[in-house]
Design a protein around this ligand. Sequence first.
Ligand code: SAH
Length: 279
Amino acid sequence: MTIENILEKLPRIEAGWVWLAGAGPGDPGLLSLLTLRGLQQADVVVYDALVNSEILDLAGEDAQLEFAGKRGGRPSLKQADISDRLVELARTGKKVLRLKGGDPFVFGRGGEEARHLVEANIPFRVIPGITAGIGGLAYAGIPVTDRHTNSAVTFLTGHGEDGGLSKDIDWDALAKSSPVIVVYMALSRVDLMCQQFLKSGRRPDEAVAIISKATTTEQRVLETTLAQAAEDVKKANLAAPAMIVLGENVKLRAGLDWYGAMTGKLLNADLSFIAGQGK
Ligand code: SAH
């Protein structure tokens, strides 16, 4: 069977429908076939700042591309305006692809947009994407879970109210219970975040990685420790978007950085220095 046959068998976007799709973290190879199908068929693609141009190039020739992001120096749209725009397009009978970075339901406000569509009686489909907190880590050579380092993981956002950290989180409980913590939208709050984890009892020498522009050709990974992270990030001048990962699993990167190995980095096959190995 050819790829065209497979794509042909997938659902079609019907007129007046919205597909709320994830584009993955950056590498176009990480798109799902359903998202590709949506790109090929949509009349209008309403996309986020995190969706890169190589992915938008996959849209059909006649597709209208509409930016609805909140970054990049262009005027920012309010969330309500984006949701209203989706409803408006669907009501005029367009086939609409709402394309978001990563997964639409992971810190992406996809749930809010979907609720808005439900209220307006617009039919929709949700297409998950590979989220940066999993796929981005994989491209950095960091398994999000590993039997030897962590059997649980927490995903959280670094953005709270008033430029600070989220007040909904019980930081002490989190620090105590979650061996690995993956933080989205954290670059501007690395300092606050690390101070909070130290105050909540995490070790200063705990391994931390900051992954910038994961899965793209500009991917950069900074390895540091909880105590050093804020200073190192400032020095390294890393670009957004970036994730922070805190935990013993970060050390696995010494042996598993397959992406770095492609450009000559030597991998360490003996990871016995990692706590818990040999169990
Ligand atoms: N829905 C997206 C997340 C949106 S929130 C997803 O599932 O991945 C935006 C945050 O996602 C950014 O601030 C950053 O922390 C993270 N992010 C998204 N793409 C990224 C990438 N390519 N590299 C590193 N972080 C990324």
